[in-house]
Ligand binder design. Structure first.
Ligand code: HEC
Length: 182
């Protein structure tokens, strides 16, 4: 034992990666893929983009869409829709996703959404979610914190432009698999 200690003292590199040497591996920090992602701290603010100025869906109802429904905006909205909305509402919003009936995801091409709901309300729904639907802009605005802040303000308005100006047309022509780049 004494010889081992002397050897270690003279040649410290020998002590590297011995079975009992776990270096700094085992420590309380959260490692990749371990545990749940910690939500952003309350009151943290984005440093780029337009901030969300409303704090609830009701407040968003009368917001005026700052982004005009140009072909470019609609194209961006279409791509985001397929990523973020299609899983529940169907590829063209017809509530034909396999899960739609189970969770009650409504059709977004019916007159209720196309005519009755304001653009601000749809923006608010994407931002804060609805009852079953989670938030895609501000989960911190919900009591149950469900959702993500994946979509920036601009991106949410692009989705609104797509829903209000092109979704119905896509649904009628049954473009179920429009390429993401179109
Ligand atoms: C996880 C499933 C899910 C996803 C993803 C989802 N929704 Fe929903 N959505 C629902 C459900 C369920 C409802 C109906 C029940 C409710 O209001 O929560 C709904 C309702 C709505 C409504 C109607 C709100 C109202 O006032 O009646 C709109 C508009 C809407 N979704 C738009 C979207 C858009 C746009 C996206 C993509 C950014 C999206 N949804 C993504 C599940 C989802």
């Amino acid at each position: 034992m004494k010889k081992l200690l002397i050897a270690l003292a003279l040649f410290p590199t020998l002590a590297y990666a011995w079975p009992w040497s776990t270096d700094m591996m085992n420590q309380p920090s959260i490692k990749p893929q371990e545990g749940e992602m910690v939500p952003f701290p309350r009151r943290s603010i984005p440093v780029t983009g337009i901030p969300t100025t409303v704090s609830s869906r009701e407040e968003a109802k009368s917001l005026v869409n700052p982004i005009s429904p140009t072909p470019d905006s609609i194209a961006k909205g279409r791509v985001l829709f397929k990523i973020y909305c299609a899983a529940c509402h169907g590829m063209t919003g017809k509530a034909d996703a396999p899960i739609a009936g189970k969770i009650g995801a409504i059709s977004l091409v019916d007159s209720y959404v196309q005519e009755t709901l304001t653009e601000g309300w749809i923006f608010g729904t994407i931002t804060f979610g609805s009852f079953v639907m989670p938030a895609y802009g501000k989960p911190m605005g919900r009591d149950d914190l469900r959702g993500s802040n994946d979509l920036s303000v601009e991106e949410r308005w692009h989705v609104v432009n797509y829903v209000k100006h092109a979704l119905l047309k896509d649904a009628q022509s049954d473009v179920t698999r429009t390429a993401a780049t179109e």
